[in-house]
Design a protein around this ligand. Structure first.
Ligand code: DX5
Ligand code: ZN
Length: 220
C-alpha cells in the first residue's frame, strides 16, 4: 500500500469575492495553504456560470499556489489547451458527459499537467474504475455541482471507501479529493475513509478562525 498522502485543504475560489478574486487568492496563500481549487462552470453541464481561462490566467500572475482546476463542462476536451495556457497545474474532468475521457486524460498528462476524473454524487464508483490507473487525482462530489454552500451528502461516504479500497488493491497513488459541503463536521467523515484532499469554499472563507479551521480539517 502506498504511503498515505499528507491531508491538504484546497479552498474553492468560487466562495471568494468575485469582485476581487486576487485578494481572495492571496488570503488562501496568507493562511499558509498550498492549493487553490478553481471551479469552472459552463451553464450546460451545471446550471451556473463561474469564470473561464482568462480569469485563471489573470490570477496565475499573482499567485504561486497549486492551481487545481475542476472543469464542470459538457465538453472539457475542447478547453484543455486554454486551461493549460492559463497555468493550470492539475485539471480534473467529469466522467458523465459524452466525450473521450481516457484520451483527454492522456492529453493533459502529455502536456506535463496532473489529471483526474470527477464523479457526481449519483455516479457510481465503477464509472471511474477504468481511468484510475491514469489519474493523479480522483475527485468525488458531495454536492450536486453548480453552487457552493450546499449540504454535504453523506450517501457519498461509501463511494469514498470504495475508491480508497481500489487505490490500495491496485497499488495506485492518486490523491482522493472531496468537494462540496466540507466543513468542521464533515471533513473527518471523509479523511477517516481515505480522502486526503479537501475542497472547502464556504467553510474556509466564512471561518471565524481560519488557522483553527485548517488545523482541524487537515489533522492527519
Ligand atoms: C460545486 C462547487 C462547490 C465548491 C465548494 O460545483 O464545486 O462544491 O467547490 O463549495 P462549498 O461552499 O460547499 O465548500
Ligand atoms: Zn469543485
Amino acid at each position: 500500500m502506498a504511503d498515505a498522502h499528507e491531508i491538504l485543504l484546497a479552498p474553492s475560489i468560487l466562495a471568494g469575492d468575485h469582485a476581487d478574486l486576487k485578494s481572495s487568492i492571496q488570503e488562501i496563500a496568507n493562511a499558509g495553504l498550498k492549493w487553490v481549487h478553481l471551479d469552472i462552470m459552463d451553464g450546460h453541464f451545471v446550471p451556473n456560470l463561474s469564470f473561464g481561462p482568462q480569469t485563471v490566467k489573470a490570477l496565475r500572475a499573482y499567485s504561486d499556489l497549486f492551481f487545481d482546476v475542476h472543469l464542470m463542462l459538457d465538453n472539457p476536451d475542447k478547453y484543455i489547451d486554454a486551461f493549460l495556457d492559463a497555468g493550470s497545474e492539475q485539471i480534473t474532468i467529469h466522467v458523465e458527459p459524452n466525450y473521450p475521457v481516457a484520451e483527454t486524460l492522456a492529453y493533459i498528462k502529455s502536456k506535463g499537467c496532473k489529471c483526474g476524473v470527477v464523479l457526481n454524487p449519483d455516479t457510481p464508483a465503477e464509472d471511474a474504475k477504468p481511468f484510475l490507473k491514469d489519474c493523479d487525482m480522483v475527485l468525488l462530489m458531495t454536492v450536486q455541482p453548480g453552487f457552493g454552500g450546499q449540504s454535504f451528502r453523506e450517501d457519498v461516504l461509501p463511494k469514498i471507501e470504495q475508491i480508497s479500497k481500489w487505490r490500495d488493491e491496485m497499488g495506485l497513488n492518486f490523491r482522493l479529493e472531496i468537494d462540496g459541503g466540507v466543513d468542521l463536521k464533515t471533513a473527518g467523515l471523509c479523511t477517516e475513509r481515505g480522502a486526503d484532499t479537501l475542497v472547502a469554499g464556504t467553510a474556509f472563507f466564512k471561518a471565524a478562525d481560519r488557522a483553527e479551521f485548517i488545523n482541524t480539517v487537515c489533522k492527519q
